[in-house]
Design a protein around this ligand. Structure first.
Ligand code: GPP
Ligand code: MG
Length: 303
């Protein structure tokens, strides 16, 4: 059980934190981290995420996988938009389910960590599946508030909690987490620092699951399309090999690696045609199709 004090209690229902300046400074340690937090605090009017989440209260900040049901592109024009939105949401939820499939055997007494928890969708799904407590951490105080409101709406506030904390130094107890995941969040941090923290939190045999986009060592440096994605999200996409170097350096041994690139392209094609397209779709499609970028699922055990 964790015994640390949490910044959660200082976040109000509207998502605005009453955290002290000291708490904020200890969570956001660098100008870069402050700029990332600012991006996610300001990003509140994003139909590409809000309209999908409104369907069932699972708000995601990750992309989708799987075949698109082509019927959503035809049929009655007056319901087409709604059907496309539902299909995008189905594919994003399928992505989160695939991630959770790889956490291994989790019992209701285990503790899980969602590192970079966004508006909370994957954490809520993990609790629904495993019945255990889940903590999510994010450096956006707005997201902490939003996600805690969702946990309350689902009636699981005592089981799923979101905290204004930095995933590079969570403050949770050493060895306390049977499973940890990052769902498209590693591009915001140094991988060696991050996996050092995960290695501390996981006991021997604990499981880490990562879904990420990374650039391809084989095609050379960062392509124009990858740079565009970085610019769009204020992130810093890592090269593929960096993941495996940083895992190995931190006692995390990969047991499975899946290339999900082909599985995510239909999502991006549908999203590009949708009313909620943001303009970044072309960069993802170009990067994936030219081979400069991959969408990976990495599963590793703490040894
Ligand atoms: C955000 O998802 C995901 C990221 C910022 C990480 C970048 C991911 C890569 C694989 C490079 P989102 O759901 O907030 O994005 P959007 O608003 O575009 O749907
Ligand atoms: Mg999204």
């Amino acid at each position: 059980m964790t015994t640390e004090t949490s910044n959660t209690a200082t976040t109000t229902a509207t998502g605005m934190s009453a955290a002290t300046g000291t708490a904020t400074a200890s969570v956001l340690r660098t100008p870069y981290q402050r700029s990332v937090a600012a991006y996610w605090n300001i990003n509140r009017n994003d139909p590409v995420n809000l309209r999908l989440g409104e369907i069932d209260g699972l708000y995601h900040h990750h992309y989708g996988i799987g075949e698109v049901d082509p019927s959503v592109l035809v049929g009655p024009a007056e319901t087409r938009d709604e059907r496309i939105i539902a299909e995008l949401h189905r594919l994003e939820t399928a992505q989160a389910n695939l991630l959770l499939d790889h956490l291994g055997d989790i019992s209701p007494t285990d503790l899980l960590l969602d590192a970079g928890s966004g508006r909370g969708g994957t954490s809520l799904m993990a609790h629904q599946r495993f019945g255990c407590r889940v903590d999510g951490v994010t450096i956006s105080e707005y997201q902490v508030g939003f996600a805690n409101e969702q946990a309350a709406a689902h009636g699981v506030s005592d089981q799923v909690r979101f905290h204004f904390r930095n995933m590079l130094g969570t403050g949770f107890e050493t060895g306390s987490r049977q499973g940890i995941w990052t769902n498209e969040t590693t591009m915001y941090v140094d991988l060696f620092e991050l996996f050092g923290e995960f290695s501390r939190l996981l006991p021997f045999g604990g499981r880490y699951v990562c879904i990420t986009g990374c650039f391809n060592d084989i095609t050379g440096g960062r392509s124009k399309a990858v740079s565009r994605i970085d610019e769009h999200y204020t992130c810093n996409i890592h090269r593929r090999s960096d993941y495996f170097r940083a895992l190995a350096a931190n006692r995390l041994a990969p047991i499975n690696v899946f290339d999900l690139t082909d599985a995510t392209i239909p999502y991006w094609e549908l999203r590009a045609e949708s009313s909620v397209a943001t303009g970044i779709e072309e960069a993802f499609l170009n990067a994936y199709r030219e081979g400069s970028f991959h969408y990976l699922l990495i599963v590793a055990d703490r040894i």
